[in-house]
Design a binder for this molecule. Sequence first.
Ligand code: HH2
Length: 430
Amino acid sequence: MSDLPGAAAPGRRFGARVLEAGSLAEIAREIERTGSDPEGVGIMTRKGRIFAVWLNDVPLKASPLLKQEMLSAGGDASHARGVADHSVASSPVLLLASWGQYRRILPKLRRQPFALREVADEVDRALRAYVAHGPRTVPGAHRPIVVGDRPRVMGVVNVTPDSFSDGGRFLDPAAAVAHAHELVDEGADVVDVGGESTRPGAPPVSAEAEWARIAPVLSALHGELEVPISVDTRHPDVARRAVDAGADLVNDVSGLRSEEMRRVVARSGAAVVVMHMRGEPASMQAHLEYADLRAEVYRALADATNAAIADGVPAERILVDPGLGFGKSAEQSLELLLHAGEFRSLGYPVLIGASRKSFLGWALGGAEPTDRLEAGLASAVLAAERGVALVRTHDVGPTVRALALVAAADRWRSRPPATAEALAATEPDA
Ligand code: HH2
């Protein structure tokens, strides 16, 4: 052994290697490979990964208690320096603990004052939603939309004269219908039909003009297309008529901010994509300041989905989308893409639309929309790797082929460990 070159080199004797084991199944399999007994696999899997949980505005009195409870279980919590000398009224808090530690900490927090019961309930819900995986059927108005079994693809049909990447190509209803069928042949799981460009600076289109564009397309697709149909609209009246004409899903880039839209969606039985956009397409790129981008988008999506549920939209029909490029700079869109998985903590399937967008052009040093395909595929892969359920794209065939590898990797990574019961002991409901 010692004659082999390198065998005695410092740090090589034991083959110390940092493992890539992100999911609970992967951690359990690695523990198993050491020959540990099944009970040990269950216990140690709970320790194998630290979950960082962000909290906004934790009251001054609650922050030190929170830190104390986290430390007592072997985790930690970071808060503002001003908590110590009472110079702040509240603080953001970052919790750091393993799954097993959270299981011990949360019941203790629930017995504490100063809103810590509420903190515990929120952390518990976010963690469970984040780790939840597996297929999910989102009921639509006519047909269900299946997500979560593999990264799914939504193909775009823009029945518009002025969309930023394909304006005018599918304005003719026959061309739009043919394109929808083509996208399905290429593997689209959902087809998103829109009659208004919402690119930065786009002038608004009236509900009548929008409906005139998409009505013939929807009526030709209804009963003919093999996959669910989505309607991309901000107008309640267009959404209502589109669902009557066969749409299963309402994709509202204004995030159900209109009460009428919430009521239309609730009454129609449609599934809905609640997307984040600040302001209107015509002016949204004028104000790009966020104190905390991800926290603000998260808060807005939480508020919008709560309002939808209060107005009668069932939670199981909701998907969320952080809205890349909608009132975001290139860097901000990139940040949201890289953290898209965090939005899973809301408990809804996440959709991402990065296809051909200007932040891809920025990353490429100024490429035109037609030259952004490969960067768009990279963004689809990044999103799917982060557990995004549905990727919205103009380039369906290449995206489906790129995501086939992500699906294969997911299947490989989530192979159950031999001691599956031991892993079950680490699952959220254990
Ligand atoms: N992006 C666009 C339109 N609709 N819907 C969701 N949920 N998410 C998105 O990111 C999204 C969307 C913009 O793309 P496109 O439809 O091609 O452009 P235009 O608005 O110019 O028609």
